[in-house]
Ligand binder design. Structure first.
Ligand SMILES: CC(=O)SCCNC(=O)CCNC(=O)[C@H](O)C(C)(C)COP(=O)(O)OP(=O)(O)OC[C@H]1O[C@@H](n2cnc3c(N)ncnc32)[C@H](O)[C@@H]1OP(=O)(O)O
Ligand SMILES: CCCC(=O)O
Length: 447
């Protein structure tokens, strides 16, 4: 079938697309590295005609024009499902708000949300009339379905990401098409410096890895270091069922470590819901049938995750308290990131036969004034949000060791966690545990 006539009839300029927005509307503006830049710029130009336009996006990888032109947030109200550094810096000036999200529940959330206009970034149309959501399958099929007016912004540089479900939208479901004026390459994440602490933690994580493991890696330098160690290891037949696909999966695949042969679900496929990395990753993904993107209600459903055996889920956290509560998203009232899919994968790995849900974090962090603070805390401070409840927390790994909390009582947890805390804080943590009646006479410090 020839879609040329339909394409031409739906083609509008970014300025025309921006005119679809009215004051008070909810506007959807892309996810992760898929950015509807032309529609954003055209909407920003309409600033003086509009008030209270509410915008939703996921993990801002760019500074949208609508934020730049409205430093008092009178016209555009920005909201992010999962904070990036850019959203944090906007929030510090009260220019961005967080929307709480347990990622795999996004489909049900969108069923109740208003999407008046969606500016949805896509790849060029294919011969069957489909636009692909490229690296951000994630929630795209839910927000586009919910949109009263759906505009796709076509970026011909974005890779076509083959998928198992929800990775594309047909032209018949689209109201309008805008062609990007720049077709810019997707943004590359900066390479993160790897510290000796990251290397020590990654080496301890490797001790928990086995042939045939089905892996999920979170964001940051430490999970990437684990990926690099796997690529150099003797591990065999690893599988991938992850939320985010990043560069280190390319390294592991090219080193022959990933075959997906032992997976019980999506055998042979590297399953993910969004991808962020560098050109190396984006080139690898383009039309690559080894990878399958899925919407997040499938990818992150703990009971889908758990259908694979030996799921090893490796995620980072900001703090862990002596009871085993994991805080990964906000500290003392400051939103850092979000719940995202951390809880999904920790529960999924918990239920997977042979699975290992791992929280890996450095034992301490240096504050801007140079002082050292422990990441193992007696309790969480007000404004610090629990991402993983203590009843599910299992492996916690710092550069001082690994401790599995699964099924452990409060006094066993206190002992195990204090023994992997930074030595400079162990005595004060013991004192706090005694005061909280979670330290017994028989408890020991081992170092
Ligand atoms: C994309 C994925 O992760 S998929 C996996 C599932 N999802 C998740 O795990 C979501 C929750 N986890 C996360 O968001 C991340 O893993 C994090 C935030 C815990 C760690 O990510 P990293 O990129 O390694 O964090 P990084 O060390 O760069 O610090 C990020 C910010 O937190 C601040 N921060 C770090 N530790 C602390 C702390 N203990 N207390 C207060 N703030 C802290 C840093 O100062 C920095 O803020 P700034 O950039 O505004 O200065
Ligand atoms: C939107 C979720 C991203 C994450 O889990 O980190």
């Amino acid at each position: 079938m020839d879609y040329i006539a339909e394409y031409k009839s739906k083609l509008i300029t970014a300025e025309e697309a921006a005119k679809l927005v009215k004051s008070g509307d909810w506007v959807q503006m892309g996810e992760f590295v898929m950015q509807p830049k032309d529609c954003d710029a055209a909407l920003a130009k309409r600033k003086d005609e509009l008030t209270d336009v509410k915008i939703r996006l996921t993990t801002m990888s760019w500074l949208p024009e609508v934020c730049k032109v409205d430093p008092e947030r009178k016209h555009f109200i920005m909201n992010d499902w999962h904070f990036s550094g850019t959203s944090r810096r906007l929030m510090d000036k009260n220019l961005c708000s967080y929307i709480p999200l347990t990622y795999h529940e996004a489909r049900s959330l969108y069923q109740d949300l208003d999407v008046d206009v969606s500016f949805q970034p896509v790849t060029s149309i294919d011969k069957n009339g489909f636009f692909n959501f490229s690296t951000s399958n994630s929630m795209a099929s839910y927000s586009t379905k919910q949109a009263k007016k759906l505009v796709v912004e076509v970026n011909s540089s974005a890779p076509v990401c083959l998928g198992g479900l929800g990775e594309s939208i047909h032209i018949s479901e689209v109201d309008y098409i805008v062609e990007s004026s720049t077709n810019s390459k997707l943004v590359s994440l900066p390479e993160l410096p790897v510290s000796t602490v990251d290397q020590k933690i990654a080496a301890l994580v490797m001790e928990e890895m086995m042939d045939g493991a089905c892996i999920q890696l979170g964001i940051g330098a430490m999970p990437n270091t684990v990926g690099a160690l796997i690529a150099q290891s003797d591990l065999k037949d690893l599988g991938v069922h992850t939320e985010m696909l990043c560069d280190s999966f390319v390294d592991m695949y090219e080193a022959g470590k990933i075959t997906g042969a032992k997976k019980t679900l999506d055998k042979g496929k590297m399953v993910y819901t969004f991808a962020m990395g560098s050109d190396k990753l984006y080139n690898f993904l383009d039309y690559n049938p080894v990878c399958a993107s899925y919407p997040v209600h499938y990818c992150n459903d703990p009971y889908i995750i758990a259908q694979n055996n030996n799921v090893v889920a490796i995620n980072n956290a900001l703090e862990v308290d002596l009871y085993g509560q994991v805080a990964s998203e906000a500290s003392a009232g400051r939103q850092i990131s979000g719940t995202g899919g951390q809880l999904d994968f920790i529960i999924g790995a918990f239920h997977s036969q042979g699975g290992k849900p791992i929280i890996a974090l450095s034992s301490s962090v240096k504050k801007s004034d140079g002082s050292l603070v422990s990441r193992i805390k007696p309790g969480l401070s007000p404004g610090t949000i629990v991402t993983v409840p203590r009843s599910i927390t299992s492996y916690v790994i710092t550069e001082y060791g690994s401790f599995n909390l699964k099924g452990k009582s409060t006094w066993e947890r206190a002992e195990g966690l204090i023994n992997i805390a930074h030595p400079a804080f162990r005595d004060e943590l013991v004192k706090a545990a005694e005061d909280a009646k979670i330290w017994l006479r028989s408890n020991k410090l081992y170092a």
